[in-house]
Ligand binder design. Structure first.
Ligand code: T3D
Length: 263
């Protein structure tokens, strides 16, 4: 069995991390296969929403502590080579965060370490009632990778993110919801159906506008207010020129649901 499964249904790609006996820890070929799958979804014009989830009772337990790192990060090689390989694999987080499609983490269970970083990189997160979370790196004597230390402070605020990274405590789905880390808690057996409903809701919206809203929100993390206003103005005017924007206005006036084409 591959360590990552890839499935497309309509315009929704589902990437399933698939090492269930290890809570989908990042050993074997899980990291390179996940990067391939994320690249594939990002590059497929027919895919508009990407769902990341895990097989079995885990979402992703982070680095594999039993066999060390997977995907060629282990073994005798110069540290600079390892850094280069890891950085290449970490493009997975960058793609989830930056691709102009909406990415959703369906956190079906344990979500730890670099697995939590991947969840952070997604636009939206939904948790099964059985999900549990930990930044975990400090418990493994590590400092953090796959972007979590950049992303989590932006999601939760710097004080809470610092606490979670420095202490490494576990938190459950209820606390994740209270913190605003996930948008909803769903009974485990209904999680993927719920996420599909969210995806369908997104599919009914204008794709260019969605992608540009994501770009604006991403820019807001790191550019000045002046620069953000410049980029908002540019994207807003360009988006207003699309036929989807005209269709949205027509549909509103005609009191009917809009039909978007992505142009
Ligand atoms: O490779 C790379 O370079 C990528 C870099 C990654 C860096 C990191 O992510 S460092 C962080 C590594 N992850 C952790 O430290 C998390 C360790 N795991 C846990 O804290 C807990 O297992 C969980 C909170 C994730 C889940 O707790 P629980 O009580 O639901 O499950 P459990 O009983 O602890 O674990 C169930 C099984 O999964 C168990 O195996 P067994 O005893 O049934 O044979 C456990 O050993 C295994 N497992 C859990 N996490 C990992 C793992 N096996 C390998 N690696 C793991 N990370």
């Amino acid at each position: 069995m591959p360590d990552v499964l890839y499935d497309v249904d309509g315009a929704v790609a589902t990437i399933t991390l698939n090492r269930p006996d290890r809570l989908n820890a990042m050993g074997g070929q899980l990291i390179p296969e996940a990067l391939d799958a994320i690249e594939r979804a990002a590059g497929d014009d027919a895919v508009r929403v990407v769902v990341l989830t895990g097989a079995g009772r885990g979402f992703c337990a982070g680095g594999d502590l039993t066999g060390g790192a997977g995907g060629g990060l282990e073994g005798p090689m110069p540290v600079e080579t390892k850094i280069r390989h890891l950085r290449e694999y970490m493009r997975s987080s960058q793609l989830l965060y930056e691709m102009p499609k909406i990415t959703i983490a369906a956190v079906n269970g344990a979500c730890a370490g670099a697995g939590l970083s991947w969840a952070c990189a997604c636009d939206l997160r939904y948790a099964a009632d059985s999900a549990k979370f930990t930044t975990a790196f400090i418990n493994a004597g590590l400092s953090g990778d796959f972007g979590g230390t950049w992303l989590l402070p932006r999601i939760l605020g710097p004080a809470k993110a610092r606490e979670l990274y420095l202490l490494g405590d576990r938190f459950d789905a209820r606390e994740a919801l209270d913190l605003g880390f996930v948008s909803a808690i769903v009974p485990a057996e209904q999680l993927l159906d719920h996420v599909r409903e969210v995806a369908d809701k997104l599919l009914a919206k204008a794709p260019v506008a969605l992608g540009r809203i994501k770009a604006n929100l991403n820019d807001a993390e790191h550019v000045s207010f002046t620069e953000a206003l410049d980029r908002e103005a540019d994207r807003h005017v360009r988006t207003s020129q699309t036929s989807d924007a005209a269709e949205a206005a027509r549909a509103f006036v005609e009191k009917r649901p809009p039909t978007f084409t992505g142009r």
